[in-house]
Design a protein around this ligand. Structure first.
Ligand code: SF4
Length: 245
């Protein structure tokens, strides 16, 4: 992640948007588009395998960036970038997410949002106002195992509602699950697949054994490739597109 440093948001906040980082260009994050990536700071989950701990654990927060600086940067990238991805942390926790997206779209960029699905009210607003061009929803576990994986007590009804909203929205979308061997079994992945029936695209993401929110997960074993390929074949009977990355 490339960071442009601003004044620490612990001292001065830029509206109600905590932005922890900016990647100036990505050729892979937004399917088919060249995008910049905005990383919001703060998350309501504590997935131990999270590879962005500096956006999740307040003790590790870095100085925030100003959204004005991000918008200035984007103004100079018109014609060079197609799109902006907003990821986190969890972007829907940011009070000024909607006005920021409105400004980015007014500049002519497509917007992709990555979300953990915990705030269906925010997703509903964004979808109703047609403010998103692509949405990627992280599905962490089957609903009955969610709190066990994200390590906080949470409302699984909110996740089920977000899943329905995204499927019904018909905008370009991706559901995705990070496959962590000590937390999810093949049976769990197939249970998730049933809970997101109707999705257009489902991606299984290999766990990244680099920096993790819980340092013990840095040594986590990877899901065996042959198991992933077997799962992919089964999932291809349920979704138009299945990816392993
Ligand atoms: S993996 Fe995503 S949802 Fe989980 S703690 Fe990290 S940023 Fe939050």
């Amino acid at each position: 992640m490339l960071l442009l440093h601003g004044i620490s948001c612990l001292i001065a906040k830029d509206g109600s948007m905590n932005i922890g980082g900016l990647q100036k260009v990505s050729l892979i994050d937004y399917p088919g588009k060249i995008s910049a990536i905005i990383f919001t700071q703060g998350c309501n989950f504590r997935c131990p395998y999270c590879h962005n701990p500096q956006l999740v654990d307040p003790k590790l927060y870095r100085p925030c960036l100003f959204s004005k600086d991000i918008l200035d940067f984007l103004a100079h990238r018109r014609g060079k970038l197609d799109a902006v991805t907003i990821t986190g942390g969890e972007p829907t926790l940011q009070e000024d997410l909607i006005p920021l997206i409105q400004k980015i779209r007014k500049m002519g960029f497509a917007v992709k949002l990555d979300s953990n699905g915990s705030r269906p009210d925010v997703l509903a607003h964004l979808l109703k106002d047609k403010l998103l061009d692509f949405i990627a929803l992280d599905i962490k576990a089957p609903l009955d195992k969610y709190s066990q994986v994200v390590k906080v007590q949470m409302d699984t009804g909110a996740i089920a509602q977000s899943v329905r909203l995204v499927i019904q929205s018909k905008i370009p979308q991706e559901f995705r699950t990070t496959v962590v061997k000590s937390m999810l079994t093949q049976k769990d992945i197939l249970a998730i697949a049933k809970e997101i029936a109707g999705a257009k695209r489902y991606a299984l993401q290999r766990f990244q054994p680099a920096q993790t929110l819980d340092p013990e997960f840095a040594g986590e074993q990877l899901f065996p490739e042959e198991e992933l390929l077997k799962l992919k074949k089964q999932l291809e009977k349920m979704f138009p597109l299945v990816l392993i990355r």
